[in-house]
Design a protein around this ligand. Structure first.
Ligand SMILES: Cc1cc2nc3c(=O)[nH]c(=O)nc-3n(C[C@H](O)[C@H](O)[C@H](O)COP(=O)(O)O)c2cc1C
Length: 246
């Protein structure tokens, strides 16, 4: 039983990495973890040279990574949320899976789970990731999202910067209530003069927000890992049963 985890977060030991690894550990399977920012997987160039062979011709690390995907019973893909979307690393990886689709849909039936970490738009990323993998015929057994560390907590200038994430996600600027104030209420104090692009509109009360401090988030990752384990067991049993009937 093999399960691989792929993180599209470029941050070292990020929340995305933690959740993907926690899911892997809970499967009890033989696992491998890959960080896309540490290897080279570029975007699809739409050359269509993979149509007949199901092999991408680009000479980068997708060559061996795609073999790992093909050998795995299940894959766990995680991404940070950047500009309301998956990270470019994650996007490139999903695009390259296109090579496995033509005519044979080689990834069909694989079990998959997704992780998306962000401040405000991680649900959209989770949905997008699920759809991308589903397009490859994979069965998404679960998708989880988690709140991460806004870069403004740790970038240095912090609350002295007038262009913080709080302004960018503010209702005044976006016209949407993205729930950021509620989700980060223990982490920041909005000041009475809170207005988009007003200097010092929020005070940051805490720095790094780690999923390791959130037992219910970690428990969800463990639950997903166990679910993957069960799914693989059941799908093997079903495959065995159908063999007996032949
Ligand atoms: C370039 C950049 C753009 C970002 N854009 C968004 C965004 O649009 N929505 C959001 O929710 N978070 C955004 N963030 C915040 C990250 O999603 C947040 O830092 C998250 O914790 C990253 O997860 P990770 O630490 O697991 O990589 C952005 C961060 C960076 C570096």
């Amino acid at each position: 039983m093999k399960v691989i985890g792929i993180s599209g977060s470029p941050t070292k030991d990020s929340n995305t990495d933690t959740l993907v690894k926690t899911i892997l550990d809970a499967t009890g399977a033989q696992t491998e973890f890959f960080k896309l920012s540490s290897i080279k997987v570029g975007p699809c160039i739409a050359c269509m040279k993979c149509v007949r062979t199901n092999e991408c011709i680009i000479n980068d690390d997708f060559k061996w990574l795609s073999r790992k995907v093909m050998e795995a019973d299940a894959i766990v893909v995680g991404s940070s949320t950047f500009y309301g979307a998956a990270s470019a690393f994650t996007k490139a990886f999903i695009e390259r899976l296109y090579s496995k689709r033509h005519i044979k849909l080689l990834t069909a039936g694989k079990i998959a789970a997704t992780v998306a970490v962000g401040v405000a738009a991680e649900k959209m990323v989770g949905e997008w990731l699920g759809n991308g993998l589903r397009a490859g015929g994979m069965e998404i057994v679960a998708g989880m999202t988690a709140k991460g560390t806004p870069c403004c907590f740790v970038c240095g200038p912090g609350e002295t910067c007038a262009f913080t994430v709080w302004n960018a996600y503010s209702k005044e600027l976006t016209g949407m209530d993205l729930g950021v104030e509620e989700a980060y209420k223990g982490y920041l104090e909005l000041l009475p003069d809170n207005k988009p692009y007003t200097h010092g509109s929020a005070k940051f009360l805490k720095g790094y927000r780690s999923v390791k401090d959130e037992p219910e988030v970690m428990a969800e990752a463990e639950r997903i890992g166990k679910l993957i384990k069960e799914k693989i067991k059941n799908s093997r049993k079903t495959a065995g049963d159908s063999k007996c009937r032949c």
